[in-house]
Design a protein around this ligand. Structure first.
Ligand SMILES: [Ca+2]
Length: 220
């Protein structure tokens, strides 16, 4: 028995199990941060109509991929490549193997608008303390509806110890004002070793609570 225990300890030490964390916006949260011309991050439910620049037709996202809630963000006006931070990993050590995926709703096959996952090395205490690009092995969403974009990283951010998981927004035309493109995002999965902590957007104000406040205000 002792021998088995010792073997188990060795196995744990040599090959710590990577843990997967999942987030699907069901807590009413939005994003952990953003960069560039990202506007109007909102937690939404049900069908949502979105615009795809000023020259492309509107489209409708039928609803969440999982659960009832999902994320809306927009790029307005179009410029550079904005991103939403949809997850953040802290406590990372050089050499850590980290994978992440996120889904974007994309109806333009082989062209923008599209979402692409990307990594950013950050400082140890703030997902918005950007230090350097961590790149991505992931591709753009395919354009067949809810599409996955996923990447793996071998952590090389040194003393920063943080990795921001970005959902990058690619609009068409890539620059222009006035231009407005809506994006819909759901289902983030992050797999990281046990020394890491995975953070997701914090809970928003419950819809019921906000509604009750409004009702009470009517009778004051
Ligand atoms: Ca969801």
């Amino acid at each position: 028995m002792k021998k088995l225990f010792a073997i188990a300890l060795i196995v744990l030490f040599v090959a710590p199990a990577a843990l997967a964390d999942f987030y699907s916006w069901e807590n009413g949260g939005t994003i952990l941060g953003s960069y560039g011309n990202l506007v109007d991050p909102t937690n939404v439910t049900g069908p949502q109509v979105g615009a795809q620049g000023s020259t492309l037709p509107d489209y409708t996202c039928p609803g969440a991929l999982t659960g009832e809630r999902y994320l809306h963000v927009a790029e307005d006006p179009h410029a550079s490549t904005p991103y939403a931070i949809v997850a953040w990993v802290s406590g990372c050590l050089d050499g850590d193997a980290i994978t992440a995926s996120v889904y974007g709703y994309d109806v333009t096959e082989g062209s923008s608008p599209s979402v692409r996952i990307w990594g950013g090395y950050t400082g140890p205490t703030d997902p918005n303390d950007y230090l350097a690009s961590a790149g991505s092995t992931g591709d753009y969403t395919a354009g067949t509806g809810w599409d996955i974009t996923e990447s793996m990283w071998t952590y090389a951010g040194g003393d920063g110890n943080g990795l921001a998981i970005q959902a990058r927004l690619y609009s068409t035309p890539s620059t222009g004002d006035p231009e407005h493109t809506d994006f819909f995002i759901d289902d983030v999965t992050v797999t990281a070793p046990p020394n890491c902590t995975v953070h997701f957007p914090e809970a928003g104000v419950p819809v019921e609570e906000a509604t009750w406040t409004n009702i009470k205000a009517l009778y004051r």
